[in-house]
Design a protein around this ligand. Sequence first.
Ligand code: 5RP
Length: 224
Amino acid sequence: MTLDANALKQAAAQAAIDYIEPWLKPDAVIGVGTGSTADLFIDLLCAKRDRFKAAVASSERTAKRLRDGLVRVLELNEVTSMPVYVDGADEINPQGEMIKGGGGALTREKIVASVSERFVCIVDASKQVEVLGRFPLPIEVIPMAQEAVLRKCRLLGGEPAVREGFVTDNGNIIVDISGLSIHNAVGLETEINQWPGVVTNGLFALEKADVALVAGQGGVTLVE
Ligand code: 5RP
């Protein structure tokens, strides 16, 4: 039987629940990502709500889903440490570097992940790539910088497009850059983050995944 994409995401989400078991303690705060794979993880996490103190959400969407599942949601400013952050990705390479932000939540995801001790990436095998860039790289941009940022994207050799009708939880726009072949993810993440008006970009290479749980037809593989 061939598992479809949703079944693979479900398998990755279940593997994450099993993986974080040692950290489910009465005082623990769990960091939670955004997206369809993260949603499946949230649903499983909500069933374990009596085992941990609270969660920090990487988006309004995730906060609502957690609250609907009766999980206490804390603001990041109320939290000093988190043992683990669980989130999906749009692409991940063998080094654990990722492109994220397909759901537009990249900035809050990066902030919450930076406070957690361990980034657990949950993906189906279709997200694994040798070289990042087939998935358009999202960047969150303050609206008045839109045209300046688009020009800089073109100088990089990319084809930028403003994500139509989309406003981030922070009130900004997303520019998606197609046509990149990213061989130095740390360098590109650093460079784009220097552009005035860029809030952050969707490369997670300076702080990459500590572990990836990759669901394929043969089961879930743990990549460290
Ligand atoms: C949202 C993200 C998501 O993690 C990424 O887009 C993957 O989403 P999905 O699990 O739906 O494929 O970065 O900003």
